[in-house]
Every structure is written in C-alpha cells, then in structure tokens.
Design a protein around this ligand. Structure first.
Ligand code: FAD
Length: 465
C-alpha cells in the first residue's frame, strides 16, 4: 500500500482545520486535510453556526412580520404563515453554497482534500478509511489534530436523534413542535429555543445551574432572561434532569425530585465535549484532560512533538473564530517560529433577539481577580438609530482599568450587538483605553454611537444619558 507524504496533515476540516491547511499552504507547506464528511467546513458550516443563523434570521423575519410591522404602519393583508419546508430548504442551500466554497478554496490553495475517517497510527502515519473503500495511509512531517467537538450526552437521556435529539436534530425538525423542552441554558439552547419559540413552540428551558448563560456578565445575563421571558420562553433554573425519553408520539422528562414534564420534542443542549475518542491518540500516547481535551503547550504542541492540536479539540471557548485563529497561529509557529492568539480579546455572540455580545473580562471576573475598574454604560434607548429601528431594549457596558483606563471588557445586549462588539475587540487588541474609544468620531446616526457614549460614561462624560 503506497503512502502519501506531506509536510503537514490536518485531521478535521472544520474552521480550525481548513483555515490552518490554507494558511500552511500559503506558507509553502505541502498540505493535506482529512475530513470524514463528504464536504468540508466542519460542525460550524454543516450543523452549527451557519444553519442556526439561517433559521434565526428566517424565524426573526416571521416574528417581525407577525408582531412588529404594524408599528411602522405596514399591514400584512391576510395571515402571515410559515412554510417550514421552504425555510429548511433555504438553510440547506446556504450550507451547500458555503461548504462548496470551502472545497474551492482548498483546491485553489493547492491543499489536498481527503475524504475519510482518519486514525493516528503508532508509526506516526494516519490510516484513512472511507465507507466501502480501501484503507489508505498518509504521513505528515507534522500532524495537526482539529477534530472538533460533539454534543455532550447525560446519563438517563435516551437519545434517539428525533424526539430526544441534539442541536443537529433541532436544525431539521419537520414540523413545529407544540411543546419543546430544551435541556441546557447555554447559547446554543437559547438560540435554537428562540427559533422554535418564534415559530410557535411553547419552549421551556431547563438548566441545572442557578442561572442560564453561565460565563456571561451577570448583569447582562439577567437582563437577557427578563427580555426572553417577555418573548414567551420559560426558564427553570436549578433544575436537574434525571431522564428523558420518547413515549409514543411525545417525550417525557423526569427532573430531580420526581416531577415529570411532557413535550413533543426534547433538545439536549447541555454543552459539547472534545471529539478526541477513537482517533488513535492512545497509539501515540497523546495526553488529554478529564474531559478529553487534548493537552497542548503554548505552541499547540501535544505530548508528541510533531503532533499539534487546535480548536474545540483542545477545549477553551468552543467558537469557530477561536478555532481558526488557533489554526493560523499554530502553522505560523511551525513554519516561522512565531504565532499568537490574544485570548483576552476573543468576542462571543449569542444570536438571539436581541443579540448578546461580549469580549474580555466580566465584572464578576474582575472582582474575583481583585482588579479595580471603572464602568461606563449606555442604554440603547439613548440612541437615535435604535429609536428608528424600533428596538431600544438593551445596553452596552465598558469596563476599564481604574489605574490605566485600559479597556478590560465590553458587554452588550441589544439589536446588532454582535456587530458592535467588533469595534471593542479591535480596540482591545490595540490596547486601547476608554478615552481612545470616546475620542474616535462615530458616524451619526449609528448604533456605534452607543459604544462611544458608553466609553464617555466610563469617566462620567456621557452626553446623551
Ligand atoms: P469542527 O467544526 O467540529 O470540525 C471538526 C471536523 O473534523 C468535523 O468535520 C468532523 O467531522 C471532523 N472529524 C472528526 N474526527 C475525524 C476523524 N477521525 N477523521 C476525519 N475527520 C474527522 N461558534 C461560533 O463561533 N459562532 C456561532 O454562532 C456558533 N454557533 C453554533 C451553533 C451550533 C448549533 C453548534 C453545534 C455550534 C456552534 N458554534 C458556533 C461552535 C462552532 O461550530 C465550533 O466551535 C467550531 O465548529 C469548532 O471548529 P473546529 O474546527 O475545532 O471543529
């Protein structure tokens, strides 16, 4: 059996792996990327970021047409209705276009794209098997593991992929469930819960912890819950699910204490775990932590020096852009000896309505670390553009170091907060102070003026609040 030899072989073609492969090729490495799926793009493009945002947009438009156009003096004659099959088709087309595009990008970058399941071998090569086809082997002078993550399953959950399913199931329901129970109040549960709630489901979110959206700034998370409750989402925190299973045409969920809830569908969104089992780590003695995240040093190097790992497979924030940044930094380190990810300035966005966006430290983290800070807040209600958009709920909060005024964290909830946060992330990457942001001229009328006002508010100089 002949073995193909490359400078770098990337295992996993998600936003971590395919981006790393293209950058490696740009840097002159003969590169291959392996993915077990027929298309590249990983969780993000196939069953994550992209399809969820497509459904969020469609369901948002439905909600707008049904409930909010009247305020603009626009009436929709007749009833507004949903063609779920058409909505799903649009989503599938977007995914198809984007995954097809990744194939083209790999080809243009002269990266060898290999379809099949790869397993690391003790001799350093990777055995690649595709269904029905012969097993081939590829070898890289260096290997990069980017196998991503999988939904976490809890004991007692009788997963069947349809009635009791995960985010992938909820991206493809064939009808709107009357009652939907979401297990887990993280960002994926809230996004998909919002989609189905807008389309007509009665959604209940069960969260074992005392609060949902753990990890977000506490004040922003509390405000978010109040807004989502007004939208009809029901939250039950401190609620530990003991079992969930299909019962005929519906589902039954038992929570600790014995209470039984029923629903048409159950969506398991209790987090994701690194996808590092059955990929042959044991053959090379590659170390993982308790959750299965591959242990790496600051060069993304595993306990085997020629094997590197990035993205969801190494834990940390499970975000597509974090995986891509790590992919680029890792191959730049391999080739040039230098590469860097600024973990203090990685933005995170929840694409609900309103959006929730953050970058940097929360108030809770600063307090815990004993770091003194000043805070500037601007409500959306003080902004002219928000008024014209008819969406004034929310705020932007900037946290800056008391001694230096350097921006340490920015947290926002409100319409298009996800777009606003880029400015904060750029500012933080350049080590900006709140004064720097406040002194930048922001166009009027734009939502970005909320960021400027919040920056002015840090030193008590806000004009419009
Ligand atoms: P992945 O994207 O998981 O890619 C890994 C790839 O490796 C997969 O294609 C997998 O099939 C393949 N693979 C695994 N093992 C093997 C093997 N042995 N052989 C061959 N191939 C293998 N993140 C955001 O930043 N923004 C969002 O809005 C967002 N929304 C999300 C919504 C949902 C519903 C979900 C589930 C996730 C979302 N995420 C979002 C998270 C994001 O998708 C992940 O953080 C990101 O995809 C991780 O990239 P990765 O390259 O590390 O892994």
């Amino acid at each position: 059996m002949s073995e193909q030899i490359f400078d770098l072989v990337v295992l996993g073609g998600g936003p971590g792996g395919y981006v790393a492969a293209i950058r490696a090729s740009q840097l002159g490495l003969k590169t291959a990327v392996i993915d077990e799926n027929p298309v590249f793009g990983g969780t993000c493009l196939r069953v994550g970021c992209i399809p969820s945002k497509a459904l969020l947009e469609s369901s948002h438009l439905y909600d707008e047409a049904r409930s909010h156009l009247g305020a603009h003096g626009i009436s929709v004659n007749g009833t507004v209705s949903v063609d779920l099959a058409a909505m799903m088709k649009r989503k599938t087309q977007i995914v198809g276009t984007l995954t097809g595009g990744i194939g083209m990008l790999l080809k243009r970058a002269k990266v060898t794209a290999i379809n099949g399941r790869g397993t690391l071998q003790a001799n350093g090569s990777i055995a690649v098997s595709s269904s029905g086809g012969p097993v081939s082997t590829v070898r890289g002078k260096n290997t990069l593991i980017a196998t991503g993550s999988l939904p976490m399953m809890l004991p007692g959950i009788e997963f069947d992929g349809v009635y009791v399913g995960d985010s992938t199931s909820a991206l493809a329901y064939d009808k709107v469930p009357e009652r939907l129970i979401v297990i887990g109040g993280g960002y994926i549960g809230l996004e998909l819960g919002s989609v189905w709630s807008r389309l007509g489901s009665k959604v209940t979110i069960l969260e074992a912890m005392p609060a949902v959206l753990g990890g977000l700034d506490g004040e922003i998370a509390k405000l978010a819950v109040r807004i989502f409750q007004k939208q009809g989402l029901e939250f039950r925190t401190g609620t530990f699910v003991e079992s969930a299973r299909r019962t005929g045409d519906g589902c039954q969920v038992v929570i600790k204490g014995g209470e039984t809830l029923t629903a048409d569908r159950v969506l398991m969104c209790a987090g994701r775990v690194p996808n590092t089992r059955n990929i042959g780590l044991e053959n090379l003695n590659i170390q993982t932590d308790r959750r299965g995240a591959i242990t790496v040093n600051e060069h993304f190097q595993t306990s085997t020096p020629s094997v590197f790992a990035i993205g969801d497979a190494i834990g940390g924030a499970m975000l597509a852009h974090k995986a891509s940044e790590e992919g680029v930094a890792c191959v730049e380190m391999i080739v040039t000896g230098h590469g860097h990810v600024n973990y203090d300035a990685i933005p995170a966005i929840v694409y609900t309505s309103p959006e929730i966006a953050s970058v940097g430290k929360t108030e809770e983290q600063l307090q815990q670390a004993g770091i003194e800070y000043n805070k500037g807040v601007c409500p959306y209600g003080a902004n002219g553009r928000a008024r014209t958009l008819g969406d004034t709920e929310g705020r932007v909060k900037i946290l800056a170091a008391k001694t230096t005024d350097r921006i340490l964290g920015v947290h926002a909830i409100g319409i298009r907060a996800g777009d606003l946060i880029s400015e904060a992330a750029v500012a933080m990457n350049f080590g900006a102070s709140s004064e720097d942001l406040a002194r930048c001229c922001h166009a009027h009328p734009t939502l970005s003026e909320i960021m400027q006002e919040a920056a002015l508010a840090v030193s008590g100089r806000a004009i419009h609040t």
